[in-house]
Design a protein around this ligand. Structure first.
Ligand code: CA
Length: 231
């Protein structure tokens, strides 16, 4: 993949670019929002690793401009801990995933590769698993043609699960990714929300999409026999 890293911490930008190159990608760097946006529009990379807190033009602004220009590039945003609001704004503004600093370079590479597997263009706006569709722009969920009303938090949870169908997410990871709770793992909340999602998404359909994987966690997949890759 051709990747553009927009990050003003020089050392971090360098480490990220090097790790990506080591894994066989092409990686270019820019260290402020203005030249970053210009490079993203000019080079048309497959993916942009975008820091939110940037000099010149902040990351959300860069993301907004990219989406306005209908750039098909996938965007992985980097946020500092505690920037929950920014992260949500970023996802709503069309980011494909996010990573909280500090992060392990291996995780960044894994996320980048997961985004690559999702294919390119158009699909960025719509997650599809079986007959279930989640429109990321409108934050609307439809199953078998029927709209399903979900709360913003329920949509956030479903979005995490649907981004990687078949992957098993532990309660702890869901807690962290949806509720941004890192230390106090309120796994009971996850169970309550999964139960609500089931009621709304699976009730009345022959094939349940939300699966419980014993002692591991939860997964969304159209076929319970599908290969599972816990990590
Ligand atoms: Ca920064």
């Amino acid at each position: 993949m051709r990747i553009l890293v927009i990050e003003d911490e020089l050392q971090l930008a360098r480490h990220v670019a090097r790790a990506l190159i080591r894994h066989g990608h092409e990686a270019d760097q820019r260290h402020d929002g203005v030249t970053g946006l210009a490079a993203a529009l000019e080079q048309q990379p497959d993916l942009v690793v975008l820091d939110l807190n940037l000099p010149g033009l902040d990351g959300l602004e860069v993301l907004g401009q990219l989406r306005k220009a209908r750039s098909p590039a996938r965007v992985l945003i980097l946020t500092a801990r505690g920037e929950v609001e920014h992260r949500i704004k970023g996802l709503r503004a069309g980011a494909d995933d996010y990573l909280t600093k500090p992060f392990a370079l291996e995780e960044l590479v894994a996320r980048v590769e997961a985004l690559a597997r999702r294919g390119s263009t158009g699909a960025a706006d719509m997650l599809v698993v079986g007959d279930l569709r989640l429109d990321l722009q409108l934050r609307r969920v439809v199953r078998g043609g029927q709209p399903i009303a979900l709360s913003p938090r329920e949509i956030d949870l479903l979005q995490v699960l649907m981004r990687e169908p078949g992957r098993v997410f532990s309660r702890t990871e869901l807690c962290e990714r949806v509720w941004q709770r890192v230390h106090e793992y309120d796994t009971r909340t996850v169970e309550v929300f999964i139960a609500r999602l089931r009621k709304k998404v699976d009730a009345g359909f022959d094939v349940p999409l939300i699966q419980t994987v014993r002692s591991l966690g939860y997964s969304v997949r159209p076929n319970p026999g599908l290969e599972v890759n816990p990590r």
